[in-house]
Design a protein around this ligand. Structure first.
Ligand SMILES: Cc1cc2nc3c(=O)[nH]c(=O)nc-3n(C[C@H](O)[C@H](O)[C@H](O)COP(=O)(O)O)c2cc1C
Length: 204
């Protein structure tokens, strides 16, 4: 059985990045353990008009992603006794997408204020891959120092910073979203066709 990737959605703007990652993991038949922070419900509401509810997560997730996703296990963010809160829980690693500055700080400092932060810390201590996708601009020195702490602890920091190469100036929002999601899946070692790869030829 394939080990799941834990996907943590925190309260930074950028829920479309999370949706693209979740859809691509599902397409690759990778099992997912999903945690949605309390603050992420506000960004989801703002960006998708969906009120995400623990009790109705399957319905709300399907509405959000526009498709049924197979093999997702959902854990309420307040459930600190959930499986992913322990290092003995079998996981491939964790993706925090999008990652708020608060989540980055909490994980870097080991605050474990909710299941998302605890699961990320656990995966770092178990030396499993942790991919963090921060979304904030501009940033303070302390934001950057927390990211350095995460890198020192073994995380991959993958800013939500899409490239335009291979797409061009007429890029659609979805292409830019998919670029970031594709980089996340590359880091997770999961096959996908979300982005146009550089071939060594300048378009012109
Ligand atoms: C609509 C909205 C957009 C936000 N966008 C961001 C953002 O882009 N980056 C960020 O770091 N925080 C953002 N925040 C603030 C976070 O939600 C806040 O720091 C929260 O405490 C994060 O909690 P969490 O890490 O537990 O999800 C936003 C909040 C709201 C309501």
């Amino acid at each position: 059985m394939r080990r799941p990737w834990i996907v943590g959605v925190s309260g930074a703007s950028g829920t479309p990045y999370a949706a693209a990652v979740l859809r691509a993991l599902s397409a690759a038949e990778v099992p997912v353990d999903l945690v949605v922070s309390r603050a992420a419900r506000l960004t989801l509401l703002d960006e998708t008009a969906i009120s995400f509810r623990d009790a109705h997560w399957q319905h709300d997730l399907q509405t959000w992603l526009g498709a049924e996703v197979k093999d997702v296990r959902y854990w309420p963010a307040g459930d600190l006794a959930a499986g992913p809160s322990s290092g003995s829980y079998p996981a491939s690693g964790m993706i925090v997408v999008p990652a708020s500055t608060a989540a980055c700080a909490g994980i870097a400092l080991g605050l474990s204020k909710d299941l998302l932060q605890r699961a990320a810390e656990v995966n770092l201590k178990e030396r499993r891959p942790v991919i963090v996708v921060p979304r904030e601009t501009p940033v303070t020195r302390s934001h950057l120092l927390h990211l350095v702490e995460l890198i020192d602890a073994g995380a991959t920091v993958l800013p939500a910073s899409p490239g335009f190469y291979g797409i061009g100036a007429a890029a659609t929002a979805q292409q830019l979203i998919d670029f970031v999601a594709g980089k996340v899946l590359d880091c997770a070692g999961v096959e996908h066709d979300l982005l146009t790869r550089w071939t060594g030829t300048i378009n012109g």
